[in-house]
Design a protein around this ligand. Structure first.
Ligand SMILES: O=C(O)CCC(=O)C(=O)O
Length: 296
């Protein structure tokens, strides 16, 4: 759905200026946006997930673990598809203030794409290199976005989400290396052409929410804080009329579910000039493993 058509619908939770600012800059930060009640439920279930991960010694399709993860001292990179693992995560994605937020920025018909919980653990939690999302999951149009929720206070010390304002209106980069392997981020040559000095880092207390457009360049630094992790719960949605054109790299039973309004009767199309991702129909590891060029 185009920004003009979306803006013509009355907003549910944002001010009209905030919606316009999102379409102009490709990102939004809403501090203290999520209620205490949701934060408590999400905190409880996330604590249980971390405990469950103590039994894991190699990454699997649920837990993506860092080197040095042990039962006594877990070190998680990611909980993949939280919505598959506990109904609280699905309720939050589909029946909370972030669903209203998605509707305000995607229009009345909203489709769920996927979710993930990036922990960026204390004591070296990995950086996320600069990348755009749409090359991971190309759609017939660009009305696709990701909403992040900070499950703890986030400041510069623990690797906040960084975005490059306005980059959603620019180039869609090739996220392959010179050996033609997918790396899921810009290579050094492309990065050299990007004005990273203009990056904005989205910080805020627990409950703050970030939104980034599927073409916005974004990334985050390592977390070298000795004790504080940076759990960021991410949920991706699209307008119902944006249809995926490649297999979802992180399949779940909820992929493609309509969470607001109705299914689309027609697809809307924007030209998609970028290169397609590899064929992940047989499985995908994680952005961390791919960006670090770990053995697949
Ligand atoms: O965790 C972050 O800081 C960024 C996450 C991200 O961009 C991703 O997982 O695609």
């Amino acid at each position: 759905m185009t920004p003009e058509k979306i803006l013509a619908h009355a907003p549910k939770i944002l001010r009209q200026e905030e919606r316009e600012a999102y379409f102009e800059s490709g990102y939004l930060l809403k501090e203290r946006f999520v209620s205490e009640a949701w934060l408590e439920s999400l905190g409880d279930v996330t604590g249980r997930m971390i405990d469950e991960s103590r039994k894991v010694s190699v990454s699997d399709d649920k837990f993506d673990i860092e080197d040095g993860h042990t039962e006594a001292a877990p070190k998680l990179r990611r909980l993949t598809q939280p919505v598959e693992h506990d109904p609280v995560y699905w309720d939050f994605a589909t029946n909370s203030m972030i669903t209203d937020l998605a509707e305000d920025l995607l229009g009345p018909d909203v489709k769920f794409h996927h979710s993930k919980l990036n922990f960026k653990w204390s004591g070296g939690g990995e950086e996320v290199k600069w990348h755009q999302d749409i090359q991971f999951w190309p759609h017939t149009n660009f009305s696709v976005l990701t909403i992040g929720l900070y499950l703890d206070d986030v400041d510069d010390m623990i690797g906040p989400m960084g975005v490059l304002p306005g980059s959603h209106k620019g180039e869609i980069f090739d996220q392959y290396n010179n050996d033609d392997q997918w790396i899921g981020c810009l290579d050094d040559t492309d990065l050299g052409r990007v004005a990273l000095e203009d990056a904005v880092y989205l910080k805020g207390p627990v409950g703050s929410v970030t939104v980034h457009h599927c073409r916005t360049l974004h990334g985050s630094k390592a977390n070298n804080h000795p004790t504080r992790s940076r759990p960021l719960l991410l949920n991706a949605f699209s307008s119902a009329d944006a249809l995926p054109i490649t297999p979802n790299p992180t399949p779940s039973r909820h992929n493609g579910e309509i969470v607001r309004g109705n299914a689309a009767r027609h697809a809307e199309f924007d030209p998609y000039p970028a290169r397609l991702p590899p064929d992940w129909s047989g499985g995908y590891s994680s952005i961390f493993a791919l960006q670090q060029e770990e053995a697949q």
